[in-house]
Write a protein that binds this ligand. Structure first.
Ligand code: NAP
Ligand code: MG
Length: 486
């Protein structure tokens, strides 16, 4: 059933407004490929207004800046309470606009509410140091909010990305302009209304849906934006860094894709590893940045593992994301579905063995059968590029010596995992693998209390964990003349 659509305009300075140009764009439901509604399409003129509102809200005498840190904590907890109150509706809307199964959507919302409370509690623990500087000076540091931040969101987990970035920026005391992904703008707008209901002052959070090439690019080039926090593709991540370099050297944090290796050593419990490996790559239709998309299995258990991996993939129930008994929904868009099907064709052409799935299901909606490829080799496209779809690629691993070389043979470095009962192998792997998140005998991992982010092309900076707020803070050293003798 179609959820009630309450908000379709831009949210600037706590008000709902049309785009200056009057333009709108459509958002579809991937279940049927039909139009849900039209949404106001912001561009440069609207970004300018939103940044002005965020700049005014960041003024030293603004209501927001004059709040005690403990009050920021209270407001963020209130925002979390409202998300909790409306969690059912938010999950339904997320599922409808994005194609995510309703259970997954609820699970993500629950986990992000926990993160919000954790992060809110950091707001009044931002503290500097006193420093034993040389000379007759008393020196200390102040940690201060960076300023107006542009938060650019992907479509694969819209609510999670919205609340993670907004809560962290606000805990630090920043103000923000959010640009949701064009495929999934609806839940960000509902969250904007909850920001207002929570009593967060006008201008602190602004939401401008629109195209990346217009709204997104204007935000990244804006001279009054002090920082961009982005999640999405490597290609756009590089454009954002370039825009920062061409304008005001704004700070940039990037949470980009991955081609994460998962290694199954021959001493691992095969049945357990098969289950984790399937969930690691097929969850959320494979549209997960930490998907275990390069699965290396040691040769002595390879045949048994592959057989069981195929059985496991066949158990996945694909269908309407509103039905909680289904596991896998549609890909987010026709373009993404075609991209994934294209990778499956390339895999076959390059000689990988497709053992199950890989075809479009039906002609309505963007459904793909979960695919398992065996006999994948390191040089194949499906072993190198991020597919972002339900495709498991199994590679054979012969010796222990190969593990790190092959795991690290990628431009990405987001997540990595190993299944083994040998503690020394696990420790060496954790130490030397080039990835920001490492899992041993589990997959994936992403506790909100732990830092999350990547090495190499997988990004810059960390979200979640105690350090997350630091990404949104400037450090100031203050020195005050002070004679050493009394
Ligand atoms: P994307 O193009 O990187 O989009 C992410 C966000 O950036 C969207 O809000 C997008 O707006 C915006 N954007 C696009 N061009 C921009 C520009 N020039 N300046 C500023 N912002 C801009 O990602 P995608 O096309 O949705 O997905 C492509 C691939 O990215 C996927 O196949 C996957 O490999 C990867 N991806 C990774 C993650 C992750 O979690 N790490 C998430 C999503 C996608 P529009 O919505 O208008 O394009
Ligand atoms: Mg949509």
């Amino acid at each position: 059933m179609k959820p009630d659509i309450k908000y379709t305009k831009l949210f600037i300075n706590n008000e709902w407004v049309d785009a200056r140009s009057g333009k709108t764009f459509v958002t579809l439901t991937p279940h049927e490929g039909t139009v849900i509604t039209r949404v106001a399409e912001g561009d440069k003129a609207d970004i300018d207004l939103a940044v002005s509102a965020a700049k005014a809200a960041f003024h030293r005498n603004s209501e927001w800046r004059l709040l005690d840190a403990s009050q920021r904590c209270r407001l963020l907890n209130k925002f979390a309470d409202l998300i909790q109150r409306d969690a059912k509706y938010l999950a339904e809307l997320e599922s409808y606009d994005n194609g995510m199964n309703i259970n997954k959507a609820s699970e993500y919302i629950d986990s992000r509410i926990k993160f919000m409370r954790y992060c809110a509690s950091l707001a009044d623990k931002i503290q500097g140091d006193t420093i034993p500087a040389d000379g007759d000076v008393f020196t200390y540091t102040l940690k201060q909010p960076t300023g107006v931040c542009g938060l650019i969101l992907p479509w694969n987990s819209p609510i999670s990305n919205f609340v993670t970035k907004v809560t962290t920026a606000l805990a630090a005391g920043c103000t923000v302009v959010v640009k949701p992904a064009e495929q999934t703008p609806l839940t960000a707008l509902v969250l904007a209304e909850l920001v207002k209901e929570a009593g967060i002052p006008a201008g602190v959070v602004n939401v401008v849906p629109g195209m990346g090439s217009a709204a997104g690019s204007s935000l990244t080039h804006h001279p009054d934006v002090a920082m961009i926090s982005f999640t999405g593709s490597v290609e756009v991540g590089k454009l954002i860094q370039k825009a920062a370099g061409e304008t005001n050297l704004k700070r940039v944090t990037l949470e980009l894709g991955g081609k994460s290796p998962l290694i199954i050593m021959n001493d691992a419990d095969v049945n357990t590893a098969v289950r984790y490996a399937a969930n690691g790559v097929f969850a959320n239709q494979g549209q997960v940045c930490i998907a275990a998309s390069r699965l290396f299995v040691q040769s002595s258990i390879y045949d048994e593992f592959v057989k069981k991996a195929v059985e496991e993939a066949k158990k996945i129930k694909v269908g309407n994301p509103a039905d909680p008994t289904n596991h896998q929904g549609p890909q987010v868009s026709e373009a993404m579905m075609k991209k994934v099907l294209g990778y499956i064709e390339t895999g076959k052409k390059e000689g990988a063995k497709l053992l199950t799935g890989g075809k479009r299901i039906g002609t309505e909606g963007y459904y793909i059968e979960p695919a398992v490829f065996a006999d994948v080799t390191d040089d194949m496209t499906i072993a190198k590029e991020e597919i972002f779809g339900p495709v498991q690629s199994i590679l054979k691993l012969d010796t222990l010596e190969e593990v790190l070389g092959r795991a690290n043979n990628t431009s990405y470095g987001l997540s990595a995992g190993i299944f083994t009962n040998n503690i020394n192998i696990a420790l060496q792997f954790a130490k030397h693998v080039e990835a920001g998140i490492v899992c041993v005998n589990t997959y994936p991992a992403g506790a909100y209390q732990a830092p999350f982010g990547g090495f190499k092309d997988s990004g810059i900076g960390r979200e979640r964990g105690m350090e997350c707020v630091n990404e949104f803070l400037e450090i100031k050293s203050v020195s005050i003349a002070q004679p050493k003798k009394f």
